[in-house]
Write a protein that binds this ligand. Structure first.
Ligand SMILES: [Fe+2]
Length: 299
């Protein structure tokens, strides 16, 4: 596994490397800095007059969940968000005609036990491919405020090649959208929504925690086992992530190897073309659609 810093590698070669588990880290770019600034403005308005990094010290958890339930969609659907993502993709060599992205998410990780479910879900070790992501999906992750090794995210590289017993066979993306996604804010203390999790003990070490500056970004395959680092700092972590697929790889059905994912459904309808925000062609999406009942027969 390789970690490339500010690599000038051609984008198609970069995808090949990503599909083999490599990680790419880039220093701040102007569009990424703009996206982070937009996010900070929305966050600071939402938590005003509290400092959003320490609001949890005085803010009742129910109120915090409510603020996030308003704030996160505001960021996701802000017209400038998509524009800055286009800029980031272009700056980092992506062909916008063939690169499709999903809307950026804002994530929060609070210190200690404060709000870990629902709207601020603390991700246990998982692969996005357990959640119906295609194997060509690339994840992009960036901090909104400075982070350190105590409040970032972690990779668990040994599991790139090592299958994990997991609950993905019970996960269907279409069903999840219909039943569970929209009531995230109701899950304040515990999260009863069924999500694919490891079903055997995971050795979290060795783990890799990448710390990049605000405006920096790192790219990794959706097939990497990764998790939210338990926040042992005294400040809330705010981060942005979004995902991309390249149409050539979608058609070719190439990507990282599938070693243990058995979910059904596909996130393929979520991605928007870098130029005009159109969806992945239906014929291409159809290559990834498998109903839960068909999968049952296969299993
Ligand atoms: Fe993830």
């Amino acid at each position: 596994m390789n970690i490339y810093v500010d690599s000038k590698m051609d984008e198609s070669a970069r995808r090949r490397e990503l599909y083999q588990g490599s990680i790419f880290v880039y220093g701040p770019s102007s569009n990424a800095l703009n996206l982070c600034e937009l996010a900070r403005n929305l966050i600071e308005t939402a938590f005003h007059p509290l400092n959003p990094l320490t609001a949890q010290e005085t803010l009742p958890v129910e109120r915090c969940a409510q603020i996030l339930a308003d704030l996160k969609p505001q960021f996701i659907h802000h017209p400038k968000s998509k524009e800055y993502i286009q800029g980031i993709l272009a700056e980092l060599g992506c062909d916008l005609e063939k690169t499709y992205f999903d809307v950026p998410r804002m994530r929060t990780a609070f210190p200690g036990d404060y709000l870990k479910s629902g709207i601020a879900y603390a991700f246990h070790p998982h692969r996005d491919t357990w959640y119906s992501a295609p194997f060509s999906q690339v994840n992009w992750w960036m901090p909104i405020y400075p982070v350190n090794s105590e409040n970032c995210m972690a990779f668990h590289p040994r599991y790139w090649m090592q299958p994990v017993k997991n609950g993905s066979s019970h996960y269907d993306y279409e069903r999840w959208n219909q039943e569970s996604r929209h009531n995230a804010a109701q899950h304040i203390k515990t999260d009863t929504r069924v999500q694919p999790k490891p079903e055997e003990p995971i050795e979290l070490d060795p783990q890799l925690r990448l710390v990049c500056p605000v405006g920096g970004v790192f790219l990794f395959s959706a097939a990497h086992l990764h998790s939210t680092v338990p926040n042992t700092s005294d400040q809330t972590r705010y981060s942005i992530d979004f995902r991309t697929v390249h149409l050539d790889d979608v058609w070719a059905r190439t990507g990282a190897p599938n070693i243990d994912s058995a979910c059904t459904g596909t996130t393929m309808r979520d991605y928007l073309r870098g130029t005009d925000f159109s969806h992945v062609p239906n014929e291409a999406v159809a290559l990834y659609e498998e109903s839960a009942s068909t999968a049952e027969v296969r299993r």
